[in-house]
Design a protein around this ligand. Structure first.
Ligand code: MN
Length: 761
């Protein structure tokens, strides 16, 4: 197995300090003292271990910074213990030690030490910036954000999206590396947790973190995470298999030694300076092989292998030749990952040979440089190597790592796919957001709740009236960010708003909105036009359903429409006036010369009083409710038939309507409400409140308790004023409903005035 550092805190003297609350500076001073104190061995020992490791590659000034971060974290976690009973500080120190193995830079090590202070101990971003600068604070903030989101939906494809989301949210590759170190240490110490929690964390590790480690080329971490995940998700299988492997390896010990000796000799004879290591496969990889090939353990024979490390690339192929001359290679088992590297940058020659007793033995052959990448991947490129030889790699950024991978991949025909998978992961054009049921959706950068709604389902998009992001009501044009939980508020009679076309990002939302607007307009205009025509005919004591087909064809010939529906739609949209069409029908019936009447004559003065059009809420997009006065069922209303605009409903005392009436008196029709009216209607509400905390939240709660939706809210940003006015647009059923809401709003003590908004002039 991999070499693991000694678990931190292995010295059996857990410190016990009273958990007395002290002021931060006192705590820091206390921590500084206790660093050297004898009664504080466990943390002090692991800090010493960490500093030893760091002294190998960091200058003294940087060690001071790391010490400072340690003291701060130690003070912050004072009195906090892990499930194992160790002082909590042992965990961040262990995480930093893992980061030190990868030779991460100073800010990353400091962030590793501080990574749980914000989440667990409420240390603020401002405090971190003040003490440690913005880079460290930014890294800690990234880690805190990752901690907040939890993978809880194991359905197909969700894991992949979640991994991308984590990578997208991390922004800086160091955040992911520290997170992996954090997860690795938590997995190593998972035994202290309860079974349920162990299982969940193990599953999450297998689904999310192990593949991320693999993607980043951290193969050693990848294998260890998988093995630990296997151990905790299937403890029985792990125990049985581990016993079987131990026995098998014991039995073959001498065989391994013989192969090692023979191979070392023949490589030396060929003049190849090689290092040979026995290599044991992880239990999880053996388990996977048994599953994949449906075999019992007895049939899985290659439980051990060797690794050959040589100086130059050419030596790899020479060593391969020597090995193939010594033992017979197994057909079909040779793979050249040097010429064609794996997607994560891994390079090696793999071959399986048939050993002395017919046991297959796998060999991996690679150079020192390839080995570093193979074990540490991206971290190998992050090495802090100040003061080393000329070939030392300076700190490189994520972009440089990607570039180096691209260089390896240049000869590879899968380059395009590779760029897709890696580059997109680390610098994605997408944001990843959750549905309330933890499904993950990928949307283009800049996407809004409306894009989200249409991505979930067309019907959801069409009925959207409002959206909540992370529990807060937000405007529909709000830009979404990775990790957001998005909830859509719908109303059954709601329709897409043409304004949405100004801000949606996805082509899907755009085309669905356009389509829906067109279709619903068409349908509803037809229905309205039919009712308008029937009403106009009724005034002449004619009946629409008594028109025969000959009369229809003459009428359509006159109007120039292809079908009855087209004519209805024209009337409904206000392109034709129903009374004129009705007049035409009347003329046809009495066989008057058609030229006697032309459309410019208008509907004339005969009474509008009979056959008033009744609104019942089924009219949809063909009827608009004017924004100036927001009429709702119960209000006295009248309708304006503008050319090509359909019917607009105004309140009778709306000043805007009065002005329009003076201009176009003939375009108006009388309206009334049906006894039963469906749908929701917008109404303005003005509320004056004393300026206090949580006022808006309380009002929103009162409004939604009474079943009304908030479509929009505006507040003057005069936070210094003693009172402020909030202006809501609500969706309500009718005047009675609005009155109920008003009563509930007025019941709050902080509300000094609440009323329906008067029509705007
Ligand atoms: Mn942690």
């Amino acid at each position: 197995m991999q070499s693991r550092p000694l678990p931190s805190g292995s010295t059996p003297s857990p410190r016990s300090r009273p958990a007395v609350h002290r002021r931060p500076e006192q705590r820091a001073a206390q921590a500084a003292l206790s660093e050297a104190a004898a009664g504080d061995r466990s943390a002090a020992v692991s800090l010493a271990g960490l500093l030893d490791r760091l002294a190998g590659y960091l200058p003294e000034a940087d060690l001071q910074l790391v010490r400072g971060a340690y003291r701060f974290a130690d003070a912050a976690h004072l009195g906090q213990y892990r499930a194992s009973g160790e002082p909590y500080i042992s965990h961040p120190v262990a995480v930093a030690e893992i980061c030190a193995e990868w030779k991460l830079d100073t800010p990353a090590l400091m962030a590793a030490l501080l990574h749980d202070t914000a989440e667990d101990k409420g240390i603020t971003q401002a405090e971190l910036i003040e003490h440690f600068g913005s880079t460290v604070a930014m890294l800690v903030d990234g880690l805190t954000k990752l901690d907040k989101i939890r993978f809880s939906n194991r359905e197909e494809n969700q894991a992949e999206s979640f991994r991308k989301m984590l990578l997208a949210m991390a922004r800086d590759i160091r955040v992911i590396l520290i997170k992996l170190a954090d997860r690795l240490h938590n997995m190593r110490t998972l035994g202290a947790m309860l079974q349920d929690k162990r299982r969940r964390i193990a599953d999450e590790t297998m689904d999310i973190y192990a593949p991320i480690a693999y993607r980043l080329g951290l193969n050693q971490v990848y294998r260890e995470l998988q093995d630990l995940g296997f151990q905790h998700s299937h403890p029985m299988r792990y125990a049985v298999l581990s016993q079987a492997v131990r026995v098998a390896r014991g039995n073959r010990r001498d065989l391994v030694d013989r192969i090692l000796a023979a191979t070392t000799k023949s490589l030396a004879d060929a003049g190849i300076p090689a290092q040979l290591h026995g290599r044991e496969k992880t239990l999880y990889s053996i388990y996977r092989k048994m599953q994949r090939k449906h075999r019992s353990f007895a049939h899985v024979q290659d439980v051990f292998g060797f690794r050959v490390i040589v100086p130059e690339v050419l030596d790899c192929y020479r060593a391969l030749g020597v090995l193939h001359a010594q033992y017979k290679p197994m057909p079909g088992k040779f793979e050249d990952f040097i010429a064609i590297p794996k997607l994560n940058g891994y390079q090696s020659l793999h071959t399986t040979l048939i050993g002395p007793t017919g046991v297959p033995v796998e060999f991996q052959i690679r150079t020192e440089a390839m080995h570093r990448v193979a074990e540490s991947g991206v971290a190998a490129h992050w090495l802090y190597k100040a003061g080393e030889s000329a070939e030392a790699i300076a700190q490189v950024t994520t972009a440089a790592w990607l570039q180096s991978l691209l260089d390896i991949q240049n000869e590879n025909r899968d380059a395009a796919e590779f760029i897709e998978t890696v580059k997109v992961d680390l610098a994605p054009d997408a944001v990843y957001v959750f549905t309330p049921k933890s499904r993950i959706l990928a949307l283009p950068r800049g996407a809004t709740p409306v894009d989200f709604a249409y991505a979930v389902h067309t019907d959801l998009g069409n009925q959207t009236v409002a959206a909540k992001v992370n529990g807060e009501l937000v405007p529909l044009r709000t830009e979404l960010h990775s990790g957001d939980v998005v909830e859509i508020v719908t109303a059954p009679h709601s329709r897409p708003n043409p304004n949405w076309l100004n801000f949606v990002r996805t082509g899907r939302a755009r085309s669905k909105i356009r389509h829906e607007l067109k279709v619903s307009q068409q349908d509803e205009s037809q229905a309205l036009g039919k009712r308008l025509l029937a009403r106009a005919l009724q005034q002449m004591e004619l009946r629409l359903d008594e028109l025969d087909s000959a009369q229809w064809s003459r009428l359509l010939h006159w109007s120039g429409n292809r079908t009855q529906e087209d004519l209805y739609a024209d009337i409904g949209m206000g392109k034709r006036v129903a009374e004129i069409v009705a007049k035409r029908v009347q003329l046809q019936l009495v066989a008057v010369d058609p030229r006697a009447l032309d459309e410019t004559a208008g509907p004339g003065s005969e009474g509008h009083s009979e056959g008033i059009l009744q609104l019942d809420g089924s009219e949809g997009a063909s009827v608009h409710y004017a924004d100036c006065c927001h009429p709702i069922p119960g209000d006295a209303v009248l309708g304006y038939l503008g050319k090509g605009e359909g019917l607009t409903v105004h309140q009778q005392d709306c000043p805007q309507a009065r002005r329009l009436f003076q201009k176009h008196p003939r375009s108006w029709i009388d309206l009334s409400w049906a006894p039963v009216v469906g749908g929701l209607y917008q109404a303005g509400l003005s509320v004056v409140v004393s300026n206090g905390k949580g006022v808006l939240a309380k009002l929103a709660a009162a409004i939604s308790e009474h079943d009304a939706d908030i479509i929009h809210v505006r507040m003057d940003d005069e936070s210094l004023q003693p009172t402020i006015e909030l202006r809501f647009i609500l969706a309500v059923r009718d005047r009675k409903h609005l009155a109920d809401v008003l009563r509930a709003v007025r019941a709050h003590r902080f509300v000094s005035r609440a009323s329906r908004t008067r029509p705007r002039g």
